[in-house]
Design a binder for this molecule. Sequence first.
Ligand code: TXA
Ligand code: MG
Length: 353
Amino acid sequence: METRIIRIEENIDLQLIAEAGALIKAGGLVAFPTETVYGLGGDALNAASSGKIYAAKGRPSDNPLIVHIADMKMLHRIVTEVPEAAYKLAERYWPGPLTMIFNKAECVPKETTGGLETVAVRMPSNKIAKALIEAAGGYIAAPSANLSGRPSPTAVKYVIEDLDGRVDMIIDGGEADIGLESTIIDLTGKEPMILRPGYVTEEMLKEAIGRVDTDRTILDGDYKQAPKAPGMKYRHYAPKGNLVLVEGTAAQVVSYINEQLTGHKSRGAKTGVIATDETVNDYHADSIKSVGKREDEEQIAKHLFRVLREFDDEEIQVIYAESFESRGVGEAIMNRLLKAAGHQVVHLSEFCP
Ligand code: TXA
Ligand code: MG
């Protein structure tokens, strides 16, 4: 398939958006920017479109898709009930990087929800995304626009790398602001439960609705139960090289990683380190990349997936990463890093770095 790649500037070209919307309405696929990561969009209410999304991504079809909407009115048609907590959360965090799970209405095909009776819904704040959803009829099912198992794309060049020839259109809308996928909260159980940490933190959710639980399976690699968000069980975000996370004080981490690097280098492996601005000059790997200042979680979140992709491009075989505090946005950062590392962590001290 020939993929049309278009660029949409700040001042949105409505003619182009109309063309992209028509493609989706006709059952086609369009990759588009959101504030979190790029999405791979199809008509959420068309079972065949969802089937095409799974095929284009190479994704297992038991892994449900998020339905993207552009305004609150559209929510009521696809869910059986909107709980009070959803109104409170929507008021504060929609449009934005928050996905809520509801009981689904009849019109949402099982193909979109991976066979579940629930549906995940998000209202993105990105202006191109909003215009496209409206032009496409109101409901776009979109997973992250990467091939299954690769880091989510935060820039269009990675979408092109993964999906050129597999979708009808790719919209270039610049770099994603946030860089990590949305927070997912399930509102169908007794207590609201976080299924995937993200930019909207646990504290922020609690501020809006009080009590919030977290699905513990998402942070603990040894947990025997399957996570409640089916997608969380797959080894996502995996770089091609072997990634190991190292926890300890800055001095411990630097000296441990350098020691390991010496061994790998002597065996001829190409090595990389995910560092911070504070330590970027302290390592002797083949490729050393800073994700930002250690206290600046937002920058770290924004750069993490790009760095993982760059190591792939450079064919790095062994990667060590510094670890971060699991608080606030740090929880989402550590969740993605732990998954990328397949939960390989070296603990050098009992204290947080
Ligand atoms: O920021 C985002 O959420 C991005 C952008 C494109 O909006 N989308 C995204 O989609 O990250 P995806 O498909 O890569 O991740 C969706 C996650 C998966 O882990 C999936 O299992 C979970 O959401 N999910 C979707 N529907 C669900 C449901 N009904 N119940 C439980 N988990 C669900
Ligand atoms: Mg994804």
